[in-house]
Each structure stands twice: as structure tokens, then as C-alpha cells.
Design a protein. Structure first.
Length: 242
């Protein structure tokens, strides 16, 4: 599995479209902040981080999901890996680890980039604000990883690029969450705190207020493990078309 991960890291680091895409995204981010610069105040940095970062699971995470999960479907590399006898469970695990590594890099750098952009535009950022911004970034990283884990069920079960990407985008843009919320309201079920957005909100609140993180973390890990199990089952059930 380590050989597979190293090979994929090499492939992704030499994928020119990643640098082009994130370069364009960085320029767009700067322009959006520039437009906001006329209304800066002491609370702007944190509020804008929340407003801007909420799009990262779709814009940044969606691209990473496509590069890590669906490129193999387009190139038939998934078939090659299975043909070489690589265990399907290891493939599922390796892909999630790659999403974790590259997602952590992007969401770890975003608060620093956010700080640099706002400093250039003349807005001071305190250490307390940076702590909150990192907590916000962690929330959306966790959401991105959860969406990737859930969408991998479609990626491995159907093995169609479009279906896998659409599944991720529907999750990342909150369409699935909105539908679940609508159904729960009709049925008078209080499950808002137990879907991914609610769980990560509780984790964020726990970090900021030094509250308890045990229960939301357990629920979050439960989502990831459940998605992984279903991904492996779907992968094993799917007949590979060699």
C-alpha cells in the first residue's frame, strides 16, 4: 500500500493542472477579498474566512476528489491495479489517505494565505483570530474528507466518473444536506446535529469554546468508517471490466 501511495503522490505532484487550477483559485480568492476590502473591520477576517472557506469543499475538494479518485477511472488505472493483484481494501484505504494528505496541505495553507491576502490589503490579524481561522479551516477539511469518503461508494460501486463527481458535488454544495433537513422537518426528526455539517459545527464550537469534542469526533469517525466499509463492499461487488 505504501508503494501505491508513493506512486500516487508522485503522479499528483507532477500533474500540471493542479498547479494551474489552484493558481487560478488563489487569484480569484484575492480578487474576492479585494472587493471586500472597503468594508474591513476587526471582525472581518474571521467572518470572511467562514464565508470564503465554505466553498472550499466544493472548489478545492472537488478538484482533489477528481484527481485522486476519478482519474483512475478515466485512465483505466483502477483496472490495472486490481489486475496486478492489489487488494481492493488497500486501494480504498490508500485513496482516502491521499485525500487526507493533499486535503490537509490545502486546508493547512489556506489560513496562512488568508492572513497574507488580508495583510496585503491592510487588515491586521491577531493570533486569537488566526486560531479561530484554523479551526474554521479544520471544519471544512473534515467536511471535505467526509464527502470524499461518502462519494467513494459511488466511485467504486458504479465506476463511472460523472456519477462519482456528481455525487461529491451534491454533497459539497449542501444539496443532500438540504434534502435530509427538509425530510427531517416533515417527519419532525431532530437530526441536524448528526449529519456531517452539524457534526463539524459541533467540533468547531468545541475547539473555540474548549467544549467537549468526544461525542462529535466519535460520530465523525463513525461516518468515515461506515463509508469505507460500504466502499469496500461496493468495490468487491462490482465486476471489473478488463
Amino acid at each position: 500500500m505504501l508503494k501505491l501511495i508513493r506512486g500516487e503522490i508522485y503522479r499528483l505532484l507532477h500533474k500540471k493542472s493542479i498547479y494551474i487550477y489552484f493558481g487560478v483559485l488563489a487569484v480569484g480568492y484575492f480578487l474576492a477579498a479585494f472587493v471586500r476590502s472597503g468594508g474591513f473591520n476587526d471582525e472581518t477576517v474571521v467572518k470572511d474566512a467562514m464565508n470564503f472557506f465554505q466553498f472550499l469543499p466544493a472548489l478545492a475538494g472537488g478538484f482533489l476528489f477528481s484527481a485522486i479518485y476519478t482519474d483512475d477511472l478515466n485512465s483505466k488505472n483502477l483496472i490495472t491495479l486490481v489486475g496486478y493483484g492489489i487488494n481492493k481494501t488497500k486501494i480504498v484505504t490508500a485513496k482516502f489517505i491521499l485525500m487526507l494528505l493533499f486535503g490537509s496541505a490545502v486546508f493547512g495553507l489556506m489560513p496562512l494565505f488568508h492572513y497574507a491576502v488580508y495583510a496585503i490589503l491592510g487588515c491586521n490579524v491577531t493570533m486569537d483570530q488566526m486560531t479561530v481561522i484554523y479551526a474554521v479551516s479544520l471544519k471544512f477539511l473534515l467536511m471535505t474528507l467526509a464527502f470524499a469518503a461518502l462519494s467513494s461508494i459511488a466511485a467504486y460501486g458504479v465506476q463511472r466518473t460523472t456519477f462519482a463527481i456528481v455525487s461529491y458535488i451534491l454533497l459539497a454544495f449542501g444539496v443532500v444536506g438540504a434534502l435530509i433537513a427538509a425530510v427531517s422537518n416533515v417527519l419532525e426528526l431532530n437530526i441536524a446535529e448528526h449529519i456531517i455539517s452539524g457534526i463539524t459545527d459541533r467540533i468547531l464550537a468545541g475547539i473555540i469554546t474548549d467544549g467537549s469534542l468526544t461525542l462529535p469526533i466519535i460520530e465523525y469517525v463513525g461516518y468515515i468508517l461506515t463509508a469505507a466499509v460500504f466502499s469496500v463492499i461496493a468495490f468487491h461487488r462490482k465486476e471489473m471490466e478488463f
